[in-house]
Design a protein around this ligand. Sequence first.
Ligand code: GZL
Length: 318
Amino acid sequence: MTHRRSILLSAMVLAVMSATPAWAQKKIVVGFAQVGAESEWRTANTNSIKETAAKEGIELKFADAQQKQENQIKAIRSFIAQKVDVIAFAPVVNTGWDTVLKEAKAAKIPVILTDRSVETKDESLYLSFLGSDFMEEGRKAGRWLLEKAKTMKGEINVVELQGTVGSAPAIERKKGFEEIIKANPNIKIIRSQTGDFTRAKGKEVMEAFLKAEGKKINVLYAHNDDMAIGAIQAIEEAGMKPVKDITIISVDAVKGAFEAMMAGKMDVSVECNPLLGPQLFAAVKDVVAGKTIPRRIVTQEGVYTMDMAAKEFPNRKY
Ligand code: GZL
């Protein structure tokens, strides 16, 4: 055997021997504080995070905050006390996080935001924000309505079911939608109220809209499918027909939206991808390995209309 080959071989043997066996490598421990379980989207998001952690052999400490900021803050404090390697969370609202994030920073625990972002002057309080561009989702909904409006006569009165008050998706989906529809002065938002991203509240608020405005309503813009599906029930119970009497525009594109579109009860749903697990834990592993991660990781998303629903439905993962 040549001298060179023997050096190469011994180097390889050394490398194999010095590599720490998998069972001896310290498991990465991640603390995740989830918003809650308010919607189909959230359930799919939670499943993606839990399934990916298990697949990657990462120990996941998971807390469900039942849509309360104080519960998320409590969970983050417990992760700090347990000295986890990384903290990740989906902030239920976008303000009020500096104090607890400063505690995480003092404990030298990196933080990754998923799904929703936070407002803070101190950029060092989190490493990265992984999630959708909610402004663009609102713009996509607005662009769809501008096109649809070309086939509609006279005033186009919109009622809007907003997401959780103070949450990034609610603020930005509203802003993006309004930015686009102002191009057509016939389109007016005549009522706008939060349905807190839930079916029950979406139905309740739509009942109030129908009582107040009735047949004046031409379009519903719902910030998520759960509220849209609740509103569709209210529209039918009021003796009106979704799509035919009231155009239904929604966001998320979860299975329930595809079922509604295939039943001819929803016009369009703008996709908001909940399957953030793979991107989150790839970022976690990079952080633990000392690599830098992008400040902003955007998820790719489409727009699904009623005529596309049946063909696309079998491909849906959530
Ligand atoms: C969006 C996410 C929103 C979904 C809702 O990324 O935060 O919260 O649109 C969910 O369905 O409740």
